[in-house]
Design a protein. Structure first.
Ligand SMILES: Nc1nc2c(c(=O)[nH]1)N[C@H]1C(S)=C(S)[C@@H](COP(=O)(O)O)O[C@H]1N2
Ligand SMILES: [Mo]
Length: 338
């Protein structure tokens, strides 16, 4: 089931939001005043959120240092009273990561077995400057930024999460795509010893988990390669040490624990499209007017919620980022290209 069972303290949103997160949100909203909603790249750096209640991560020293040096340049989702940050415990306890099982609590329970150090990423295909890069070398030329984004799962729940990372565009530019590159294809690690979901004979997914973007989507300034969240390293269950975040698309596009990024000529076949092409497409743009064949996409349950307070809100076109991304799809029939 998709509705989260109420914990005794889940009475109201404001009761479960840690004070530090509230403070940082208020500081953040204050910092955004005068900039208007939407993309504020180049806006004034905000003071940096104080995620005092978030536990220490166990990432490498270089990553802790990069997080400390983060350019606190938050990008807000469209302003709405409902856009409070999800408590860290919800964002790191209610996950989809089928490599660790299909239940929402499985990744938090089982992803401890994922070894994230050392980690390297292969960049290949239609590039002049590809190769295998240690994660530190991939990250080091870029400064970290904080991005506060909505994450809207195709299953019609959502959360607001503060990510830390670098624009994917910077990594792609450094790889020097050839003129033939039209799409970007991503792969997650395959290692059944570390990933119990890959040992299951009943798994739907033909591993590796694969995702893809059109090159212009990948180069869009909102598209982030995240290495942290809530002012610390990514927890394993959220896709450590490197995951994609594409905030205007359904969550399944935001592939976790990436080991390969390929620039390609042909549109990649992403895992969910391969499993059920009539239900999940390549584009997967959040769209309240195009329903999933088995449920409506007009509304969503904003977490944290409870049985008594489902916290249902209207889903916004492109998840609220239409001003930034609608032009990417000008002239396209979004009903056909779902
Ligand atoms: N490799 C991999 N990436 C994945 C998934 C997955 O099962 N495997 N699930 C996706 C789905 S359906 C969603 S909604 C988001 C959830 O991200 P979160 O757990 O950090 O909120 O991760 C996406 N990335
Ligand atoms: Mo999802």
């Amino acid at each position: 089931m998709l509705i989260k069972i109420a914990k005794p303290h889940d009475l109201r949103d404001s009761d479960v939001t840690p004070e530090s997160v509230y403070l940082s949100r208020r500081r953040f909203m204050g910092g955004m005043a005068g900039l208007g909603a939407g993309l504020a790249l180049g806006g004034p750096a905000h003071a940096g959120a104080n995620y005092a209640d978030v536990p220490e991560g166990n990432g490498p020293a270089w990553l802790k240092k990069k997080i400390d040096d983060t350019h606190w340049k938050a990008v807000t989702p469209a302003n709405s009273e409902k856009d409070t940050l999800a408590p860290f415990d919800d964002a790191s306890g209610y996950n989809n990561f089928y490599e660790f099982g299909s239940g929402k609590a499985d990744p938090a329970r089982r992803a401890g077995s994922l070894k994230t150090q050392p980690w390297s990423v292969v960049i290949d295909g239609e590039v002049n400057n590809g190769g295998r890069f240690a994660l530190e070398d991939l990250a080091s030329p870029s400064r970290f930024e904080e991005r506060i984004y909505r994450l809207r799962c195709v299953e019609a729940w959502s959360m607001v999460i503060p990510w830390l990372g670098i624009p994917l565009a910077e990594v792609i530019r450094r790889a020097e795509p050839t003129s033939r590159a039209r799409y970007v294809r991503f792969e997650t690690l395959v290692d059944p010893e570390q990933m119990p979901g890959q040992r299951s004979a009943f798994s739907l997914i033909d591993w590796p988990y694969v995702e893809g973007l059109r090159l212009d989507e990948a180069m869009h300034p909102l598209t982030l390669l995240a290495m942290g969240m809530y002012g610390r390293e990514l927890p394993n269950q959220n896709g450590a040490p490197l995951r994609l975040v594409v905030p205007w698309k359904y969550g399944f596009k935001s592939i976790k624990s990436i080991v390969r990024i390929s620039l390609v000529e042909e549109q990649p076949l992403n895992s969910w499209q391969q499993i059920a092409p009539e239900e999940y497409g390549f584009y997967a743009n959040v769209n309240p007017r195009v329903d999933h064949p088995r449920w409506s996409q007009a509304t969503e349950r904003r977490l944290p919620n409870s049985l008594f307070s489902p916290n249902t809100i209207d889903t916004l076109m492109f998840n609220g980022y239409a001003d930034e991304v609608a032009e990417l799809y000008a002239g396209m029939d979004l009903r056909t290209h779902y």
